[in-house]
Structure formats: structure tokens, C-alpha cells
Design a protein around this ligand. Sequence first.
Ligand SMILES: Cc1ncc(C[n+]2csc(CCOP(=O)(O)OP(=O)(O)O)c2C)c(N)n1
Ligand SMILES: [Mg+2]
Length: 283
Amino acid sequence: MTGRALITDVQNTWCPGCGNFSLQHTLKNILTEMENEGRSLDNVVLVSGIGCHAKMADYLNINSFYSLHGRTIPVATGIRLANPDLTVICCCGDGDCYAEGLDHLIFAAKRNIDITVLVHNNRVYGLTTGQYTPTSPLGFRGKSTPTGTAEFPLNPIELMLASGATYVARGYTKKMDQLKTLIRNGIAHRGFAFVDVLQICATFFPAADYYTPRVYDLADHDPASFDRACAKAREWDYNSDARIPLGLFYQATFPGFDERMATQGMAAELREKAIRDLLESRI
Ligand SMILES: Cc1ncc(C[n+]2csc(CCOP(=O)(O)OP(=O)(O)O)c2C)c(N)n1
Ligand SMILES: [Mg+2]
């Protein structure tokens, strides 16, 4: 399937200026690079939830599974366990996986299942026209909160670090080169890779004027240090006026869920040794 057209001719209904276009083109460029390096795109599967983000499954010409709202990650986990030769990429919404599917996100990180999760974090329920999500800022006005939310937002970077994720990054749809590197390296990472993508929702949360002057690159940060990753995660709490670090917060090597599951059929003493060897392979 070399040189296939990666953008389908399905009618695109994203709003002009939507951050999903940046993610679509970033994924297209990554898939093209993978193909040019000799990897068959037949071994790549995209799993989406339900929402504006989920239309990625319609607009990118690769194997895809349009799942249920909040159920992106269990579907991806099942695909990966059934066929470890597949590279599985999840396109989730912030409503999709920080609200409806939050438990799945935490357990995928805890298990270190080898999938890559991209959260199209526009900080709003886009498709259903503007209700607040767990990452909407305090006071966010939308259809369900006409006088502003009374809730403080969740910090997904902190949550993923606490849940055991072995690759934790944050990108921004207006920093496409960095976004591409973060997603590419996440796909290459052995284990659970999580990229929270600050995404412009042109209609219900057009936050570029807020993000663009605040973002900076975590270039000098050491992603091997869990403690420093936690400190960096707390610099911006998805609500304050602080500067917003973008880049790789944390990366570690730890045996994946599929590797540990593979030891289950072994005789007891072999299994013990296999698990010991796997744990010693941690950095
Ligand atoms: C179980 C379930 N609950 C609610 C809905 C209705 N619904 C469809 S899309 C959506 C919001 C999606 O928001 P998000 O995941 O942030 O994606 P976005 O549209 O912002 O990309 C909701 C609540 C649904 N389809 N299924
Ligand atoms: Mg959303």
C-alpha cells in the first residue's frame, strides 16, 4: 500500500480554524514517514471515541475503529492484546477520556499497555455544542453552565504521572513541529504513551490568544526524573495565568502489559524469573 492518499475524500465538517486539522496533518506526516521507512501502514490501527475529534477515523485513510463515547481505550487495549504486531493509536476527546472514559485511561496507564493515546483537549464538548468538560477552566461559560462552571479543572499530566504512565507529554496544535516529534516518539515508545494536546476549538473555546503567549518548550527538562516531571506538571494547573510547559515531561522503561501477560502460561519458576528479568529491564 505504498504512496496511498492518506486524506480521504469524505466531506470534512470540522469548523474553519479547528485544531483537529493540525492533528490530522501531523498524523498524516507521521504515517508518511513511517511508510517511507518501510513500515506497512496495514499494521497501524486508529481508534477513536465519539466527538469532533473522532471524525479522524473518517478523514484518515488507515485501518480504524470508531468506538463508543468514552470507550476508545478499552477497544484499543483489546486490539493490541489480540495482535501485538499492531501499532495502535487512539484519538480521544477530553470529554471522551477525562469524563466518560476516565477509569479506562487510568487503568491503561497503570497496566502500561503499549498504545499511544492522543487527547484532543479542546477543553469543551465540541460536537454537542459547548458544554464544559473536566479540563474547562473555572468559570467557563457554555450551554450547560451559562453563569460559569463552579469546578476547578483536572490536571491530566499530574493524573497520568500518578497513574504510572511511562511516556507523558503535552503538545499544542499551533506548534506542529513539536507536536509531530512528541507523537512520533510516543508511537516509538514501548509501553503506554500519553500526549495531551491543547487544541483550539474555533467555535466554543477559541483559546489561541490565551495559549500562544504562555507556552514554552521543556527543552532543558530531564524527562527521566519523576520528581522533576511532577514539579513541571504543577507549573500550570489548566487554570492559572502561569507559563505553560510543552514537551516531554516523563519517560521510563517498564515491562508492558502484553509482556507480563505473556508470562502467564509459563511454569511457576520460569515465570518468576521472567518477571524478575522484566522488572530489571526498568531504567
Ligand atoms: C455514552 C454517551 N454519552 C454522551 C454522548 C453524547 N455525546 C456525543 S459527543 C459528546 C461530546 C464529545 O466531547 P469530546 O469528547 O470532548 O470531543 P470533541 O467533540 O470536543 O472533540 C457527547 C457528550 C454519547 N454519544 N454517548
Ligand atoms: Mg472536547
